[in-house]
Design a protein around this ligand. Structure first.
Ligand code: CA
Length: 224
């Protein structure tokens, strides 16, 4: 899951990013409305945390433009106080929810979880595909009682593969989602993590395999 934080108070942006990263989200943070709009327009994010009072372009204008351009990424507006006017304007502009500053991390995480839950998705800590289960809270991959721990990057790659089973995911997509929008990570790094994951799938004796579409990307097989 990848989250965009648009907040001009850098200390707060930093605190938000820290909380989210500790909870296994990938995070990009930007500090004004124009950058917020530019990043959000990529459509790469699963959720956007958007402050209202921002330099260059305010959050409500960013939100209106996004919705006009049919970017439907869930938006959690950050409001300075429990201001009813802000909330009405926010809803009219296409916001999905609000978080009133100051907030506690538990509330932030609960709201982000609610917004990123897929429609109709059962609330669970597990993704399953074929004979394997990927557990979000223990960070492990398991099959019939056998399990292996995953590193953060391994987990994020496996989550992307299992959320889109049988779909070919280009290498660039992994880099954008996991390493960051303007990352200079070499493609080789993705290959390294894929090879770790293949070994771990083998260790637990799974029939699921990560296939390579040469020069393009990866997809899962063996779920039938
Ligand atoms: Ca602000």
């Amino acid at each position: 899951m990848k989250i965009l934080v648009v907040e001009d108070e850098e200390a707060l942006a930093e605190a938000l990013s820290e909380i989210l990263k500790r909870n296994k989200y990938s995070v990009d943070a930007v500090y004004d409305g124009e950058d917020g709009l530019e990043y959000a327009m990529t459509g790469l994010y699963d959720c956007i945390l958007l402050d209202i009072m921002l330099p260059k372009m305010n959050g409500l204008d960013v939100l209106r433009i996004l919705r006009k351009k049919h970017i439907s990424t869930p938006v959690l507006l950050l409001t300075a106080k429990s201001d009813i006017e802000d909330k009405i304007n926010g809803l009219d502009s296409g916001a999905d929810d609000f978080l009133t500053k100051p907030f506690v991390s538990g509330e932030l995480l609960a709201r982000v979880r609610a917004l990123t839950r897929r429609k109709g998705e059962v609330i669970t800590d597990e993704f399953t595909y074929g004979d394997v289960a990927l557990n979000k809270s223990t960070f492990s991959l398991s099959r019939e009682g056998q399990f292996v721990k995953l590193s953060l990057k391994e987990y994020q790659i496996m989550e992307m593969l299992m959320a889109n089973p049988k779909q070919l995911i280009p290498k660039e997509r992994f880099i954008e989602k996991i390493w960051g929008y303007e990352s200079d990570v070499e493609y080789n790094n993705v290959e390294v993590y894929i090879s770790f994951l293949r070994k771990k799938l083998h260790v637990i004796g799974s029939d699921v395999t990560i296939k390579t579409a040469r020069g393009v990307g990866y997809f899962l097989e063996g779920g039938d």
